[in-house]
Design a protein around this ligand. Structure first.
Ligand code: GLP
Length: 235
């Protein structure tokens, strides 16, 4: 794992965006795996800025999102989050966006997305992390699922994500890329932000052991992972 420790979140976001932009420059028709939550927002601002300044061209790129809530309201969906925070600000064609449909039958969506990952390989997967080590919505458990699946959300995740919902009610289920889908990406970029991630970050830095009780530890199995975090979170 390549570790980059920064002085601030802004620097983390800038470095993360640089990695994405250089991958895009090398492969303009790349398939970029994207994440939601607070952590990638700074990266998305940098990507939008690069596009506005004519320094990035997403016209041939494709994206796929890690996860989506099942049966949530449009306003709470990750689809809306992605359009508000990134897609409406870059020149990515709408038809090049793949994200689970929160209104669709979850089993049908699972099949559709499993088909997508059979036919496509993610070039660079951007990840955040949950305070409990979840990546996407692969929650700590006795076993982890390798392919796209519908999953109940862990109590810790419901609590951590309630801040995004106006009425505080988080959907009980989500559809997520599986651990195998994530680990098959050619490169992985994980950004860690926030005090609540301190323990999980230290765990990743201090041990290379892998456990289903902390899904992010599976990143130790991948040959090309870059982790970016603020140095202050490690002390
Ligand atoms: C959600 C998403 C994850 C994300 C996590 C962290 O649970 N499913 O993909 O990494 O939130 O979010 P934040 O960056 O807001 O801490």
């Amino acid at each position: 794992m390549n570790i980059i420790l920064t002085q601030s979140y802004e620097e983390s976001a800038q470095k993360g965006a640089e990695i994405i932009l250089s991958a895009l420059a090398r492969k303009p028709d790349m398939l970029l795996g994207l994440a939601t939550g607070e952590t990638p927002l700074g990266i998305y601002r940098c990507l939008a800025e690069a596009c506005r300044a004519g320094k990035a061209d997403f016209s041939r790129a494709r994206t796929v999102n890690l996860d989506e809530y099942v049966g949530c309201r449009e306003q709470d969906s990750y689809r809306k989050f992605m359009f508000d925070n990134l897609f409406d600000h870059i020149n990515l064609p709408r038809e090049n966006v793949t994200i689970a449909d929160h209104t669709a039958n979850p089993d049908a969506e699972t099949e559709r997305l499993r088909g997508f990952f059979k036919r496509n390989t993610v070039d660079l997967q951007l990840l955040g992390i949950g305070p409990n080590g979840h990546i996407g919505f692969n929650e700590p458990d006795e076993t982890l699922e390798s392919l796209v699946h519908v999953t109940p959300l862990a109590k810790a995740t419901v609590e951590a994500n309630a801040r995004w919902f106006a009425d505080g009610t988080v959907p009980e289920q989500a559809i997520t890329m599986g651990m195998g889908d994530i680990l098959r990406a050619r490169s992985i970029l994980i950004i860690i932000k926030g005090e609540s991630k301190r323990d999980v970050l230290r765990g990743l830095l201090e041990s290379t052991a892998v456990t289903t009780r902390n899904p992010a530890t599976f990143l130790h199995l991948h040959p090309d992972v870059t982790l970016i975090a603020e140095k202050s979170l490690t002390v």
